[in-house]
Design a protein around this ligand. Structure first.
Ligand SMILES: NC(=O)c1ccc[n+]([C@@H]2O[C@H](COP(=O)([O-])OP(=O)(O)OC[C@H]3O[C@@H](n4cnc5c(N)ncnc54)[C@H](O)[C@@H]3O)[C@@H](O)[C@H]2O)c1
Length: 258
């Protein structure tokens, strides 16, 4: 099984890791809805593959936006069998800095996008997936109704200085996986997360060269940032391998953050 018959929704699909997933699905003939707040970039990507991609401008932290976008994707494609959550922000900052305590609304914003967005996408996708017909036993597809893959981070386990808000959201995503898998088991829906190390995306593009060299040294092998396609290959494997459920896979070249 590959992404050939995939009918997916990908949050954060207009950039970085999410875009890597979108490109891999499209290359294999699948269909995908990009849910992203970046209107310009999302429209541009969708316009290149109008038969396979729809763009739904979505703020992942807004209940109505997410519900409407996933409803539209299910209506357009007939159903959805894969949801991938990649929308997220770094939300770096000290709790007490020279400027004073971190504003509560800044902390809340990180929670809303990274964590509430994960919940809202899961909820909207599972609502549709539970109504999918199970594939015929002799078909190429797994005997299941859908797969949900979210993006945590190795900062869920080894949060760095200034990552209190970010790490809180990523470890919460880790904590959601097993109860989600248990709850959705009766609907034949699987739920997994990937915890990436450092990947070459716009999120890390601003890292200066000298700091970048230092980061490479902290990645035992391969000593480089991962690519969006390496992330997308992991999503594809999770989609394919039915034994992966309720868990989190580190994808990090053995990196452990200081
Ligand atoms: N790049 C890395 O090294 C790395 C490492 C670990 C985890 N991650 C996680 O991977 C995910 C993707 O990160 P990336 O590196 O591809 O970053 P990115 O900045 O390239 O992409 C993030 C996407 O999310 C979208 N987005 C942001 N806020 C949104 C909102 N409110 N609603 C909808 N879309 C929104 C952005 O427009 C963008 O297209 C994030 O959750 C990030 O925390 C990235």
């Amino acid at each position: 099984m590959s992404f050939k018959n995939t009918r997916a929704v990908v949050s954060g699909g207009a950039s970085g890791l999410g875009l890597g997933v979108v490109e891999r699905i499209v290359a294999q003939g699948g269909k995908v809805a990009i849910l992203d707040i970046n209107d310009e970039q999302g429209q541009l990507i969708a316009s290149r593959f109008p038969q396979q991609i729809i763009f739904c401008k979505t703020d992942i932290s807004k209940e109505d936006d997410v519900d409407n976008a996933v409803d539209l994707a299910a209506k357009t494609f007939g159903s959805i069998n894969l949801a991938v959550g990649c929308a997220g922000i770094l939300g770096a900052g000290k709790i007490i800095s020279k400027k004073g305590p971190m504003p509560a609304d800044y902390f809340q914003k990180v929670i809303d996008i990274n964590l509430m967005g994960t919940f809202l996408l899961t909820r909207a996708a599972a609502k549709h997936m539970q109504n999918n017909e199970l594939p015929e036993p002799d078909s190429e597809s797994n005997q299941e109704r859908g797969v949900i893959v979210h993006t945590a981070s190795i900062a869920a386990y080894e949060g760095q200085f200034g990552q209190v808000a970010y790490s809180a959201t990523k470890s919460a995503i880790v904590g959601m996986m097993l109860p989600l898998a248990r709850e959705f088991a009766s609907s034949a829906i699987r739920c997994m997360a990937i915890a990436p190390g450092m990947f070459e995306t716009p999120m890390l593009a601003k890292v200066p060269d000298d700091i970048r060299e230092g980061l490479y040294k902290g990645i035992p092998f391969p000593s480089r940032f991962g690519t969006a396609d390496e992330f997308a290959k992991m999503v594809e494997h999770i989609f394919d391998n039915q034994m992966l459920n309720g868990s989190v896979i580190r994808l990090d070249g053995a990196a452990r953050l200081q």
